[in-house]
Design a protein around this ligand. Sequence first.
Ligand code: ADP
Ligand code: MG
Length: 622
Amino acid sequence: MSDETTTHEFQAETRKLLDIVINSLYTERDVFVRELISNAADALEKFRHESLTAGEVFDANAPLEINISLDEKEHLFTISDSGIGMNRAELAHNLGTIAHSGSNTFLSQLAEAAKKDVNLIGQFGVGFYSAFMAGKRVRVQSRSWDGGEGHEWASDGAGEFTISECPGLHRGTKIIVELKDDAHDYAQKWKIESIIKQYSAFVSFPIKLDGEIVNTVQAIWTKNKSEISDQEYNEFFKFTASGGDEPLYRLHFSADAPLAINALLFVPKENFEMFGFGRMEPGVNLYCQRVLIDQHSKNILPEWLRFLKGVVDSDDLPLNISRQALQDNALVNKIRKVVTKRFLKFLDEEAGRDEEQYLKFFSTFGYFLKEGATSDYEFQKELAKLMRFESSKGEAGKPVSLGDYLGRMQPDQDSIYYINGPSRAAVEAGPYVEMFKKKGIEILYTLEPIDDFVLNHLREFEGKKLVSADSANLDMPKTADETSEAPTEKLGEADTEKLIAWLKETLQDQVADVAVSKRLVDAPAMIVNPDGFMTGAMERVLAAGRQEKGLGLGAPGKKKLEINPKNALIQQLSALREKDADLAAEIARQIHDNAMIQAGLLIDPLAMVERNYKILQRAAGV
Ligand code: ADP
Ligand code: MG
């Protein structure tokens, strides 16, 4: 046997992870029992599913259960399952690497989250390594369901593990934890029993402790709502979400027609994607008649609902459906549609019921809904209602809905306006909102680049066009006091025309057109989008994408410059043009660059700084 032993090093990230698990998390050691039980249950679910679809399986008669045995004398905690098992390569891969891309941010996030709430570690997909919280040495004996040779994986959690052949095993996995000197109590029955009661009540296979069954198997989602207490719901949430304390939202519903569906969905409190460790795996499991047929199902909900946890169960699906067949199954598609619509309706109701709670949800998970609005036409109407934006008529930090906006529109207003910017303050200081403020027309501030894509995709809301305020030819409704506006000093028409002709020539490489602005109030100039298709923010995102790929800045579509004849600088420029054409041209270019910056668009910073010094030198009389 020993000459078949191979020694492997843990992947570097795994080593760091083990270090965190062993040295920072050891205070919450109970977690390891739950994690090993959860892995055993996963392995059994996987086996059950394979056995329904595959013809032949090894050890077909072994009962599907989890056995835990304790040895107080030898200080051993042993857990075994008759699940899917692992072959040699799977042992090396599954127990030697981290599934998530093991970046350093991921690890430091893990360390942070673990400090906050150690229950969260299950969500990091690092469950198995928690065995080293209590074990000085861990052995994993496993034989795959295909009946190939069995192997033993062994490690003390330091830098290496070994794998050797291990004959005579049954199907499944046995994990032997040799307890550390200060962890001997994990070989005591009362202790393990209480941990199982606390954490593993919903495991859908019998758990036997030294031969006695200690759990009751239950499918809580098929029960009547009135029979389930909040505490039971929360326990179930902890179980399905591998941790966390309470969900942010919970939706439990059943339908009989046209489809028989039982669904229990949870929105967790935390968004792990925001923590920067890559794309989340879907968290809802698909059951059929209480049998799990697709864990973390990619099919049962749209991808952008991957933050949801829980269960969808339908009696209408055939039990022996294979995972591939789920992909384009018409019935699965119908269930997806029904459940998604129901969930979005639920969110809308919640938003009406408790706005503060909804805004909390939206700030954490709104991003996913926005992803849905830009990628999925099917649910756009529902998603549009759920969007929230900062607004000129809303308080900072209290974003409003498109519905709110609609209710406040001027009688003759036929569009909903928005403008993108990096922050509320930046938008309010920019030229785009001047006229809106003056006319008392509400304008939404889209502070995330994706917002413009969302509104661009939606195109309209309840018959009102969604219009970016940086588009040219913006038609704004007239307000009553505009006709009585006091005449202000401004550049005469003839001079304006000449100035515009000169600007067109001076800036011919930079702009598509120059025109008099109908909406600037104080600012000298602004950039608008002549095509009206992409907003400045969208262009910025695309340009950043090009840069990331090393494609350079690319050539953004040429913009239109609007100037304000009421502005003193513009008036002066007209005069200066005749006295000192060179300086006037530099100033014109600078005005253009400033307007580009205010539009959030890219300019050539080096050229600008050089020009800026020239102008400053003149101002200082050099
Ligand atoms: P996760 O359960 O989130 O995938 P773990 O660290 O708990 O992460 O387990 C890593 C992997 O090891 C599992 O995905 C699974 O492939 C494998 N594994 C762990 N325990 C078992 C078991 N009892 N039987 C079969 N495979 C297992
Ligand atoms: Mg696990």
